[in-house]
Write a protein that binds this ligand. Structure first.
Ligand code: ZN
Ligand code: FE
Length: 253
């Protein structure tokens, strides 16, 4: 297990991730939701930061770039859209590889929540950092992209191995589960939702999840199978997805 992942909660419902390639000691931070919290966590761990990996430009993902770079001198890697609000040293896009010591992250294009959103996948450790694209039982809102773009992005993530651990950027799972139960009465979802509600009662995290669990229970990945529940019977998969997304946007649970 050459990659160590340190997860912590910050802001109202974000997760921060500090990762270290154990072979080299190289350290990176996935997104920068809260510069102060990230710098404190680095201090507690005794880690020196080499790199920031940004998934998209939103302030709760890139807003800490400038302060963290000023304090650590790290290199910032991310999609070009990050420069809308924050410094960036290296622009990457789908198909690129980012090396952190001996760990090689594949950049996966995952636009839809924002146009330029990317995810980082480490096939050796079977770990994916997916920002605001895929959540436990949910997916990101379509602020910039089309349903077709987001559906394609989700399909690229769903194609990863089932045991891939998926690190989402927010703890939205209990509210996602309430919505999921409104469009899917399958046994797998019911079992998972009960476990989620119980875990959240105990203040436990529901992230990371896995690709296999999401494929079995996430209503957005299961949109084609749920088309009849959202008025999209016989529609192309991307339109079934669009209907599930619209139902969630209007859900008052
Ligand atoms: Zn976002
Ligand atoms: Fe976010």
């Amino acid at each position: 297990m050459p990659l160590t992942i340190h997860q912590f909660a910050c802001l109202s419902d974000n997760y921060g991730f500090l990762i270290r390639d154990e072979a080299s000691g190289k350290t990176a931070c996935i997104d920068t939701p809260d510069a102060g919290a990230i710098l404190r966590e680095l201090d507690d761990l005794g880690w020196e930061l080499d790199m920031i990996l940004n998934t998209h430009w939103h302030p709760d993902h890139a807003g800490g770039n400038a302060d963290i770079k000023a304090m650590t001198g790290c290199t910032i890697v991310g999609p070009p859209e990050v420069t809308r609000i924050a410094p960036l040293d290296r622009e990457v896009a789908g198909g690129d590889v980012v090396e952190l010591g001996e760990t090689r992250f594949q950049v996966i294009e995952s636009g839809g929540h924002t146009l330029g959103h990317i995810a980082f996948y480490d096939p050796t450790d079977r770990v994916a950092f997916v920002g605001d694209t895929l959540f436990a039982l949910g997916c990101g809102r379509l602020f910039e992209g089309t349903p077709e773009q987001m559906w394609d992005s989700l399909q690229r993530l769903a194609a990863l191995p089932d045991d891939t651990r998926v690190y989402c950027a927010h703890e939205y799972t209990a509210s996602n589960a309430r919505f999921a139960l409104s469009v899917d009465d399958g046994a797998a979802l019911k079992t998972r939702a009960e476990a989620i509600f119980a875990a959240r009662e105990r203040d436990e995290w529901t992230v990371p999840t896995t690709i296999g669990l999401e494929k079995a229970t996430n209503p957005f990945l299961r949109a084609p199978a749920l088309a009849n529940r959202v008025g999209a019977t016989g529609q192309p998969d991307a339109l079934a997805f669009a209907a599930v997304r619209a139902a969630k946007d209007n859900f008052k649970g």
